[in-house]
Design a protein around this ligand. Structure first.
Ligand SMILES: Nc1ncnc2c1ncn2[C@@H]1O[C@H](COP(=O)(O)OP(=O)(O)OP(=O)(O)O)[C@@H](O)[C@H]1O
Length: 649
């Protein structure tokens, strides 16, 4: 048990035999329990607009009963049989997209980012744009992996709150806001969902392509609600596929690496019943991170669709929605061969009826920074911009101890850096091993797919470790939130104060001194006995807009799913990674504090990807900046001259 867990006192354990009598004494004095606001607060559940009904409890059950049950359940290692804390029965805020959230059932287009004015104020409902699918009378949809309401999925439950401290460091926190799609995002949504167009939408980093794509997927699933496998969600790489809960384009195709001629690939697919059915049933094919798809592959897929479906239309008539930024990472090529981008594919023009450029940058608020990044994207930087980037070579200073996340091109560097810093912490290691399942049995393929998850097979944490949340929990705690591990505690003993701040001794807080001492000794004894059957969970203090929030982090599920719902691989793990360092490829979210050494960058577009993760210049440190590290591919630059935004098409 690490030092911070429960902070046990070192008094000798005595009066073990008095345990029963102690409980009985309290029972006599206790009054029947009824729900009361202070207790709700103390246990950490923030009041919601419509308070959830009190949990089913014996009205005669006393506080002592509940504590005893909690500790005994903890002892037996049965977390589910422990009497639920309010946090477990009524999550502090609606878990993003949870089954009882209105957002998940309507599938309409709002992703909320917002906060209440105080931890105890009623929460705002997630606001929704009018659903495009209302007209189709959409049924309950299949939820998206980032929404947390998979049928067998245990959502991240949190007991958390924010403190209303003002942001004392860079001032670079995102302004709290609700997200509703911009006009140009809405137009694309309409073109795709209502008009059924084949569209490629692009835009510089942070223009909301991913946000829009998620809304498109939700709405398309609503539209095709009667054919759940009609919408195939894919991406060029495993990591990108994991981010949208889909599979790689290769997995969807069912023909391996697709190096053979189309006829050979088609006969290969025909021999694979599942893959053949997929090609026939798919009505919409979505491909994310298209910049990394080779143009030859695009052509092959187009022709496979025609042959499999016996339909001359591109992709055999499947609606094709593709997105990505060709200025970011290019297709992987062998032996220094120049990549063939999808826009150069022979079938591109006949397939894609509209190319749309999103123009509004959301990630960075500072127009100077947006302009600098844009110049960098095109590989044409003014002397002024070069000087500004060079000036970012200075150490960042903050008045808390959250370090900037260092971005590296190679995974080995990431691991080395994180391990070094973890080992520097003088605290006990808690190791969390993932539980992996899924239909893919080939060990090599399975390992490869599992390696694409952000969640690690083995997660090692210590008190003081800097971590990143890798799932959206609510409007404040999102994929990319950074925090520090405060300690470890068993779920049944996790208690917070009225503001939702963790109280390691919280379950003792309302007792008289002598009673409290008895309890402390009893608890020490029970915890000492609990040994390995009692797995403690990390409590993390996250930075959120306007302050910090404490959260008990529980296991969550990550999966790769084929359009028919077949789970290829699935991992249950804590939704946390160490965040002192991260790979550029995996850094999908916005980062407030970033450090990049461009001396280590080797691919075109990689420098741009890394720097564009930063939300502000104040939170960005750049080493090794030089003009030649910042190159756009000439072919992309020429192609992009004809790209139009929605105001001009
Ligand atoms: N309509 C919107 N209103 C407010 N914020 C938005 C909107 N759309 C996107 N955002 C925010 O902008 C940021 C960037 O969005 P997103 O990750 O979707 O961009 P992207 O174009 O996919 O970026 P990248 O190419 O770098 O992956 C996110 O923090 C997202 O929440």
């Amino acid at each position: 048990m690490p030092a911070a867990a429960f902070a046990p006192t070192k008094r000798p354990i005595s009066r073990i035999n008095s345990m029963k009598r102690d409980w009985e004494e309290e029972e006599e004095q206790a009054v029947p329990w009824s729900q009361s606001p202070p207790r709700v607060g103390r246990k950490g559940a923030l009041p919601t607009r419509e308070p959830s009904p009190p949990p089913m409890q014996d009205p005669l059950e006393t506080a002592a009963d509940r504590r005893r049950k909690a500790i005994l359940a903890a002892m037996s290692g049965d977390q589910n049989s422990a009497p639920p804390t309010k946090s477990a029965s009524a999550p502090a805020r609606p878990v993003a997209g949870s089954s009882n959230s209105s957002r998940s059932t309507t599938g309409s287009s709002t992703t909320a980012v917002g906060t209440s004015s105080s931890a105890r104020a009623p929460l705002r409902e997630v606001q929704e744009l009018p659903s495009l699918t209302a007209a189709w009378g959409g049924d309950k949809k299949r939820s998206m992996p980032w929404e947390g309401d998979q049928p067998n999925k245990k959502p991240v439950r949190t007991t958390s709150s924010k403190s209303n401290k003002s942001d004392a460091s860079t001032g670079a926190m995102n302004i709290v806001q609700k997200i509703s799609l911009s006009l140009e995002q809405q137009k694309v949504l309409t073109l795709v969902v209502q008009e059924g167009k084949n569209i490629f939408f692009t835009g510089s980093a942070g223009t909301g392509k991913s946000v829009l794509l998620r809304e498109i997927i939700k709405n398309l699933r609503q539209k095709h609600v009667k054919a759940p496998d009609a919408v195939a969600v894919t991406a060029s790489t495993g990591i990108a596929a994991c981010n949208i809960g889909g599979v790689t384009l290769h997995s969807f195709g069912g023909a391996g690496l697709c190096l053979e001629p189309v006829d050979v690939l088609v006969s290969k697919i025909k021999k694979n019943k599942k893959a053949a059915a997929r090609w026939l049933r798919t009505k919409v094919l979505i491909i994310d991170e298209l910049s990394m798809v080779d143009g030859e592959l695009f052509d092959k897929f187009c022709k496979i669709g025609q042959k499999m479906r016996k339909n001359e239309k591109p992709f055999g008539g499947i609606q094709v929605i593709v997105t990505g930024d060709f200025f970011q990472l290019p297709p992987v090529t062998k032996g220094g061969k120049s990549p063939k981008f999808c826009f150069d594919a022979a079938t591109w023009k006949e397939t894609i009826s509209m190319e749309v450029n999103l123009t509004k940058v959301f990630r960075q608020k500072d127009q100077t920074f947006v302009n600098m990044l844009n110049e960098m994207r095109f590989g044409r930087m003014s002397q002024d911009t070069i000087a500004r980037f060079k000036a970012l070579n200075r150490p960042l200073k903050f008045d808390d101890d959250i370090q900037p996340t260092e971005l590296f091109p190679r995974r080995e560097d990431v691991e080395r850096s994180n391990t070094f810093r973890l080992n520097a912490l003088d605290a006990e290691t808690q190791t969390y091993t993932a539980s992996d399942t899924g239909a893919v049995t080939d060990p090599v393929q399975r390992e490869k797919m599992l390696a694409n998850f952000m969640a690690l097979q083995q997660l090692e944490l210590r008190v003081g470790a800097q971590v990143m949340l890798i799932k959206n929990v609510d409007e404040q705690l999102v994929n990319g939130s950074i925090g520090k591990v405060m300690g470890f505690v068993h779920k049944a003993l996790f208690t917070t104060d009225l503001q939702g701040r963790w109280m390691p001794e919280g379950d003792l807080a309302d007792l008289e001194e002598n009673e409290r001492e008895k309890r402390e000794r009893l608890r020490e004894m029970l915890l000492a006995r609990a040994s390995s059957s009692m797995k403690v969970l990390p409590v993390v203090e996250f930075r959120v807009p306007g302050g910090t929030r404490h959260m008990l982090v529980e296991h969550d599920t990550f999966k790769n799913e084929l359009p028919n719902g077949e789970v290829q691989v699935q991992r249950s793990q804590l939704p946390l990674i160490l965040s002192w360092a991260m790979s550029i490829h995996k850094s999908q979210s916005a980062l407030e504090r970033v450090k990049v050494d461009l001396g280590k960058v080797f691919e075109k577009g990689q420098a741009y990807v890394a720097l564009s993760r930063a939300t502000s210049l104040e939170g960005l440190q750049v080493m090794g900046f030089s003009g030649d590290k910042v190159q756009a591919h000439p072919r992309v630059e020429i192609w992009s001259r004809n790209l139009r935004d929605l105001n001009t098409v």
